[in-house]
Each structure stands twice: as structure tokens, then as C-alpha cells.
Design a protein around this ligand. Structure first.
Ligand code: FAD
Length: 369
């Protein structure tokens, strides 16, 4: 059997690594870039937040459709003596604190070939085998990720090869990205504040609430806590009239704020000076409202090129729960290319790696899960 893998990212490299572990070397990875694993390297600010201690389906859209071992990545890293460490929020990182460790680990395992600078635009299928750039393969794995975090010009045509075998994708949206808001606070551009952020739907139902740090931007807001809101926002049935409520400095109680307002110079030393400059001419009532109960109308998210991932992709109903594509012979798809996405915290890499392990097991005929 000869296998083609499209994409030398998290999912594709994991398929190759697992096949190589089992001494299967007759595979070729086609990678459009000159180098592999660009997003692995970028992940977690170069630290690679590879997974999370809590891998519940609640942090995913559609992951529950698939039948795979949620602990496969964790076990695989442990079996290979790749030491990890977790933070207070359950986020797992390589012990080295460097994404390069993860990429090196995956690359050192590859016993098949990797062709770089090889953008695949067309896949020919004769009902049994696959023809890619004139090479014939018995099995094929799509692991091409998404258009998130790619320059706008380079986003064009990324999904074209799917059209050549009539594999549809859903509507797609930027995810894990900041929001553009109505009436933004230009003066506050660049300042970071602790926040309790809440997302409400058009009917004022609370959808998600989270503590963290946010950053004001010229036309909106961002920061991990806000980016996480975009995951929940994307999966709202109706996005119009949904809104955010922010409680800045959430550990500051109403009573404490009243006391600080009685001597405003105290407040000026308690909150960010730029924020104080902006608010100092407000009435006490407006200061309280701004700090404790700031309602922001969402205009939309920043675009795909700013996003960490996308919501949407190959419709999961076109796949079987083992990641094989319905109606094709030995065709599999995994990772971010699917209409599966997760919140911030290591969920997206975990899914890409776990789906890669499951696909490799299926290709090898292993019955692990
Ligand atoms: C800045 C940033 C930070 C992130 N941080 C985290 C984090 O800390 N934790 C986390 O869990 N997730 C994080 N993510 C998301 C995570 O990196 C992705 O979800 C994950 O890499 C998806 O894996 P994948 O294999 O599906 O796709 P990718 O890793 O994107 O790999 C796809 C590969 O396919 C190649 N390709 C695409 N089309 C073709 C084609 N037609 N022909 C040949 N090759 C092609 C691409 O060049 C790419 O190398 C982050 C993403 C970004 C952008």
C-alpha cells in the first residue's frame, strides 16, 4: 500500500510519525510551504499549548461525532518520553517550553518522504486509487488545516483540491480571534486589563463567561479571554444582537469601588492610568457602569488572517466516525480541515494530533479504539 498525506502540519506529521513507528515507510507527505509545521511553531506564543488536562467535548464543536481515543496524544507523548508540564488552568506544554521540541520530535520520526513547496491543487480519483501530481496512491489523507492566520492573498484556492473530488465544506468563520465592536474606545488602544467577560445571545441568555486579561484595540477588543468568546459566538444559531458584558478589574467589589470614588486619587492609583485619564471626567455613575457593567455590541470578528483557527470545514456528515470519507476508498481527513473546532487551551492541537493517530491506526488496520 502506498499512502499520500496532504499537509506537513500537526495532523499530517502525526500520521507519518505513527506509521513510521510501526515500520510503515511507504508514504509521501506533500507540503505547500518550504518548511513544515508553521502553526505548531506559532502555537502558544512559541511554547505550544499542546493539550489540556480537561478534554471534555464541551470545549469542542462536533468532536463528539468522532470515535477516537481522547488520551491517545497524552499516552503517545508519555510512551515516547516527551515530558510535559501543565499550568494552573490545565493547559499542557512541552517541558522545554518550546514548540520546536514538538516539531523536532515529529520530524525525527518520519521514515517516509516529505515533498516541500508542493501545493496540491487537484486530486484525481478512479474509484479505487488516487493520482496526485502523476503519482498513484492506494490511500490518501487530507490534513491541510485551514486558512486561519494566513495572509489574505494566500487564502485564495486553499480548498480548491476538495472541489476536484466534490467534497463540500460548510460556511467558515474566523475563530479564536478578537471582536470589532460598535462605538470602540480608540483612546484605550493597547491597554491590558483583567476582566470577567460574558457573552449573551440576542435573547439575553448567558452563553459563556470567563475570567482573564483583555486588550483594547482601536476598533475592538482582543486577548485570550475575548478570543475564546469568538468560539462560542461562532456557534450561536443567531449571531445578530448578541453582545458582550465586561466587568473590568473583576476582583474589585462594588463597595470597594464606592470607597475609591469617595477619594478619586485612590482610584487613579488602582486602575490603569490610561484608563483613569479616559474616565476621570465621567460622573461616578458612569465610572461604575464602565468598570462593572460595560455592554458592548459586536460588529463582527477580525478576519481569517488574525484568527488562530476557523469554525467550519469539511462537513462531518461526509465522514464516518473513524475519519474515513464516505463514498471513497481509503480516503481520510483529520485536524482543522474538518468542521470541528475547539476553545483556546490546547484543544485544537489535541484534536489534530488525536485524529492523526486514529487515521494512522485505521490505515494500519489496528483495532485500538
Ligand atoms: C498563532 C496560532 C497559535 C495557536 N496556538 C495554539 C495553541 O497554543 N494550542 C492549540 O491547541 N492550538 C493552537 N493553534 C491552532 C493549531 O495550531 C491548529 O489547530 C493546528 O495546527 C491544526 O493542525 P492541522 O494539522 O489540522 O493543520 P496545520 O497544522 O495548519 O497543517 C496543515 C498543513 O497543510 C499544508 N497545506 C495546506 N494546503 C495544502 C495543499 N493544498 N497542499 C499541500 N499542503 C497544504 C499547510 O501549509 C500546513 O503545513 C494556534 C494557531 C495559530 C495560528
Amino acid at each position: 500500500m502506498k499512502i499520500a498525506i496532504l499537509g506537513a502540519g500537526a495532523c499530517g506529521l502525526m500520521v507519518g510519525a505513527y506509521l513510521s513507528d510501526k515500520s510503515f515507510t511507504n508514504y509521501v507527505i506533500f507540503e505547500k510551504n518550504k518548511l513544515p509545521g508553521r502553526k505548531i511553531l506559532a502555537s502558544g506564543n512559541g511554547r505550544c499549548n499542546i493539550s489540556n488536562l480537561n478534554l471534555s467535548n464541551n470545549f469542542y464543536h462536533n468532536a463528539d461525532y468522532f470515535n477516537y481515543d481522547r488520551n491517545a496524544l497524552k499516552d503517545y507523548l508519555a510512551e515516547n518520553n516527551l515530558k510535559t508540564v501543565s499550568d494552573d488552568e490545565g493547559r499542557i506544554y512541552p517541558f522545554s517550553n518550546s514548540s520546536q521540541t514538538i516539531l523536532n520530535f515529529l520530524l525525527e520520526k518520519q521514515k517516509g518522504k516529505i515533498f516541500y513547496d508542493s501545493l496540491i491543487k487537484e486530486v484525481k480519483y478512479d474509484g479505487k486509487k488516487y493520482n496526485i501530481n502523476g503519482m498513484i496512491f492506494d490511500a490518501l489523507v487530507f490534513a491541510t488545516g485551514s486558512i486561519a492566520n494566513i495572509d489574505e492573498k494566500k487564502q485564495v484556492g486553499v480548498y480548491d483540491y476538495l472541489k476536484t473530488i466534490n467534497l463540500p465544506i460548510t460556511d467558515i468563520y474566523p475563530s479564536l480571534v478578537g471582536f470589532k465592536i460598535e462605538n470602540p474606545f480608540k483612546e484605550l488602544n493597547g491597554i491590558r486589563v483583567p476582566v470577567l467577560a460574558s457573552l449573551y445571545d440576542y435573547n439575553s441568555n448567558l452563553i459563556h463567561q470567563e475570567n482573564g486579561e483583555m486588550i483594547f484595540k482601536i476598533d475592538g477588543i482582543s486577548g485570550i479571554v475575548i478570543m475564546n468568546m469568538s468560539f462560542y459566538y461562532n456557534h450561536l444559531v443567531k449571531k445578530e444582537n448578541s453582545y458582550l458584558k465586561l466587568k473590568l478589574y473583576p476582583t474589585l467589589t462594588k463597595k470597594e469601588l464606592d470607597e475609591l470614588l469617595s477619594k478619586p486619587e485612590k482610584l487613579s492609583y488602582t486602575i490603569n492610568p490610561k484608563l483613569w485619564d479616559f474616565m476621570k471626567k465621567f460622573s461616578d455613575k458612569n465610572i461604575k457602569e464602565f468598570l462593572l457593567d460595560l455592554k458592548l455590541k459586536i460588529k463582527g470578528t477580525y478576519g481569517f488572517s488574525d484568527a488562530q483557527v476557523i469554525s467550519g470545514g469539511i462537513n462531518v456528515e461526509n465522514l464516518n466516525p473513524n475519519f474515513s470519507v464516505k463514498g471513497f476508498n481509503k480516503l481520510y481527513a483529520g485536524g482543522e480541515l474538518l468542521d470541528v473546532d475547539g476553545a483556546c487551551g490546547g484543544y485544537n492541537l489535541t484534536f489534530a494530533f488525536n485524529s492523526g493517530i486514529k487515521i494512522a491506526q485505521e490505515l494500519l488496520g489496528e483495532k485500538n479504539v
